[in-house]
Design a protein around this ligand. Sequence first.
Ligand code: SF4
Ligand code: SF4
Length: 316
Amino acid sequence: MTKSATAFADELPPITPKEHHNYVAFFLTLACNLHCDYCLNLHQNAKRSDQRAKRMLSAEDWITAANRLVLRNDLPLTLQGGEPTLHQGFYRLVNEANEEIKMDLMTNMMFDVDAFIKKVPVERFTRNAPYAAIRVSYHPGQNDIDDLIRKTLKMQDAGFRVGLYGIEHPDPEIRKHILEIQEKCRKLELDFRTKEFLGNYKGKLYGTFKFPDCVDGEKTKHCECRTSEILVDPAGHVYKCHSDLYKDRSPIAHILDAGFSQETIEEYRPCRYYGDCNPCDVKVKTNRFQVFGHTSVNIRNIQDNFSVPTERHPTP
Ligand code: SF4
Ligand code: SF4
């Protein structure tokens, strides 16, 4: 299907996420100007360079896609990547999408903050939430914390709410450093939070996952899987999980398909890659109702692959 978004923008029906749909993310680009060795984008043999070679949605396409969304007050559109500000249409999207769409931004803040402040309306990233709409990840050895602090202070002066995040890496030295930086930020009254390290490090699996051997499993199995998220890759394809998105596996729809709606993600779909799940999808977490035990996907009927006939996954 050829996607010439603006030609049929008015014909596309709205997408209205349901109460139990917890996340809507546009991965504007998987390109990044940093090279963290624990990057989930690069992990699990994800082919970031292949993604870059694919046709990326234009600014017009992303604006059309965003304008289909009818979002609740507690459900923003999250822009992420890679580094989403590297998409050449980033500033057009944040300016031209329908005013009522609130956005969150996940960034490494390597961008020019003066240009950002000048070009981005503060209201776009302003909403009531227990965490900042602009979430900056600090990666020791990749981006410089003093630079991030300086930029954060400048962004805050301009009215943006910015939160800094560091990963509690299992390496004791890195962990110690992160906790020192957290203390430094606390003294500056900056919001610095830590995130759990997820995945394998030196042969040990970190994280609490709902399903046995779903991450880093010795072998992949067959199952049925249903997501609660709308995840859209740089080409506009919608996936049932992060693992599929990063590996460009079996998209379930395209964000500019007239037939794609909130109902599309409701379905349990067959998957042959149980065991190769991305920690983001299967990690046990607290949902927005503060109920612990939530995961982004639900999985059922786990079976050995040899007992299930090969599925064909037509690309939409
Ligand atoms: S900043 Fe984020 S996307 Fe970029 S390499 Fe590091 S972890 Fe990956
Ligand atoms: S079982 Fe794992 S790899 Fe398969 S769709 Fe679900 S989360 Fe993705």
